[in-house]
Ligand binder design. Structure first.
Ligand code: ZN
Length: 146
């Protein structure tokens, strides 16, 4: 996120607040693990998502992917930061969600913020969370074809 440390901190707090609000809509009757997510795009817009479970379990979708898909459906193609809010210890996105975030990563790896209801927040970059991301079929991948 551009700007000084205070600007970055405020932007993170705003993103966490959006994720916290999105968590209120979580549909988690099976796990009772309610998750909210918010993504900040390169145009400065914020999109949110909550986890949506399904009785078949396998069709359950994480909050992070719902947020990314909301951004993509609005025409956004570059993520700057992703915040995830849960109850208990902060948790980072699962591997599937990290791969979906990677799809919309810009030249700078998105910042991933794992936060909880008590105000704790742990910050990592996407490349720290997913060091060996699958990218070889991206048409603009300079390493493609090597
Ligand atoms: Zn996930």
């Amino acid at each position: 996120m551009a700007g000084g440390p205070e600007t970055a901190k405020r932007a993170r707090q705003k993103l966490i607040a959006a994720a916290l609000k999105a968590r209120e809509q979580a549909y988690a009757p099976y796990s009772r693990f309610r998750v909210g997510a918010a993504v900040l795009t390169s145009s400065g817009r914020i999109f949110t998502g909550c986890n949506v479970e399904n009785v078949s379990y396998g069709l359950t979708v994480c909050a992070e992917r719902v947020a990314v898909w909301n951004a993509a459906a609005a025409g956004e193609r570059e993520l700057v930061a992703v915040a995830v809010v849960t109850d208990g210890a902060p948790v980072f996105p699962c591997g599937a969600c990290l791969q979906v975030i990677q799809e919309f990563a810009g030249t700078e790896p998105p910042v991933i913020i794992a936060a909880n209801l008590e105000g704790a927040a742990v910050v990592r970059s996407l490349s720290e969370c997913l060091p060996c991301a699958f990218t070889s079929f991206k048409p603009d991948n300079p390493e493609a074809g090597e």
